[in-house]
Design a protein around this ligand. Structure first.
Ligand code: 5GP
Ligand code: MN
Length: 318
């Protein structure tokens, strides 16, 4: 971590990036570090491969995030990534080396490919926000209300509101310190979780109707096609925000829940959630994805029927 702080401190122009379909932890941890670095006088660009979801549009600094197409090559001293498990997750149009001579990779996904020059992966951290906080401490940046809000949203969303098994006493200690900076947890959750679209809720309804059960595999899954998105009037972003897959994990007797949703022509996004007996990060990694033991994902090339076949093959091999 000291090496990371030194690399950041000694760089003037720093490029950061969110990951594809950015979540609260990607946005929160990246922007917290960006804000801290800007205060130290660094020039920081935050790029994104996909737009920031509406649920996070209230966060300080989101207005500074730019699409990758606006980022020029060879203009930076350092690329600093938080929460990006592999290079492709950044969605950068060019090899990261084209942007800067040095790459820093800080993450909490056990499946992280360990790309880059300075790599810090801590799978015991419940969120990359915990690692962003440690970075800011080492940089001597004061955690004010804005930075606290960013870190809290990262931590709160990646722990499922402090419910997932990844939650540690350390997560709660950090949360307490962040709340001490003047945050109202009720207000923050309302902003994150209670500004959803009607389309998203209708999509959830269609997903629930699509439920497929495989008691022999302790598996329950939902399937959403393009026509479901059209019928619900929902976007891919709505599907992310509403947390559809979690509903299938609630079932008694289910060990793994999955969601297959079409994500553009010939591409299906798979989300996996486990109660703990099955390591879904390992399953997702077999088909080019990754994540955590209990929450992982992958992109499958093909139509929904082919993706369903891929999913079932992953489980019949267990
Ligand atoms: P979700 O199902 O919510 O999209 O993702 C669950 C977890 O798996 C997250 O931690 C996310 O970063 C990771 N994940 C999702 N899709 C991919 C993927 O295609 N590749 C990798 N490496 N990780 C993924
Ligand atoms: Mn993430």
């Amino acid at each position: 971590m000291k090496e990371i702080a030194n690399a950041l401190r000694s760089s003037r122009r720093i490029l950061m990036s969110l990951h594809r379909q950015p979540d609260g932890d990607s946005i929160g941890s990246t922007l917290a570090v960006a804000l801290g670095l800007r205060r130290l006088g660094c020039q920081v660009t935050v790029a994104t491969p996909d737009p920031v979801p509406h649920a996070y549009d209230f966060l300080p600094g989101v207005e500074t995030i730019v699409p990758w197409r606006d980022v020029a090559a060879a203009q930076y001293d350092l690329v600093a990534l938080y929460d990006c498990a592999d290079e492709r997750r950044t969605g950068a149009p060019l090899d990261l080396r084209e942007y800067a001579p040095k790459i820093l990779n800080v993450d909490h996904h056990a499946t992280n490919s360990r790309f880059g020059d300075i790599v810090f992966v801590d799978p015991l951290a419940a969120a990359s926000a915990e690692l962003a906080h440690r970075t800011l401490e080492l940089l001597g940046v004061t955690v004010d209300r804005d930075i606290a809000l960013l870190l809290y949203v990262g931590l709160e969303t990646d722990t499922g509101g402090f419910r997932y098994a990844s939650t540690t006493p350390e997560s709660h200690r950090l949360a307490a310190r962040l709340l001490d900076a003047g945050l109202d947890p009720g207000e923050v959750s309302e902003l994150v979780y209670e500004r959803q679209s009607v389309g998203g809720l209708r999509l959830l309804g269609l997903a629930l109707e699509s439920l497929r059960l495989r008691p022999d595999l302790s598996l329950a899954y939902f399937v959403l096609g393009d026509e479901d998105f059209t019928q619900a009037g929902a976007t891919a972003q709505d599907a992310e925000t509403i947390g559809i897959v979690d509903y299938a994990r609630r079932l008694e007797g289910v060990e793994v829940a999955a969601l297959l949703r079409s994500d553009g022509p010939g591409e299906v996004k798979l989300s996996l959630r486990s109660k703990g007996q099955v390591n879904v990060a390992e399953l997702a990694a077999r088909i080019g994805g990754g994540g955590h033991e209990r929450a992982a994902g992958a992109t499958i090339m093909g139509d929904l029927a082919q993706a369903e076949e891929v999913l079932l093959q992953l489980f019949t091999g267990l």
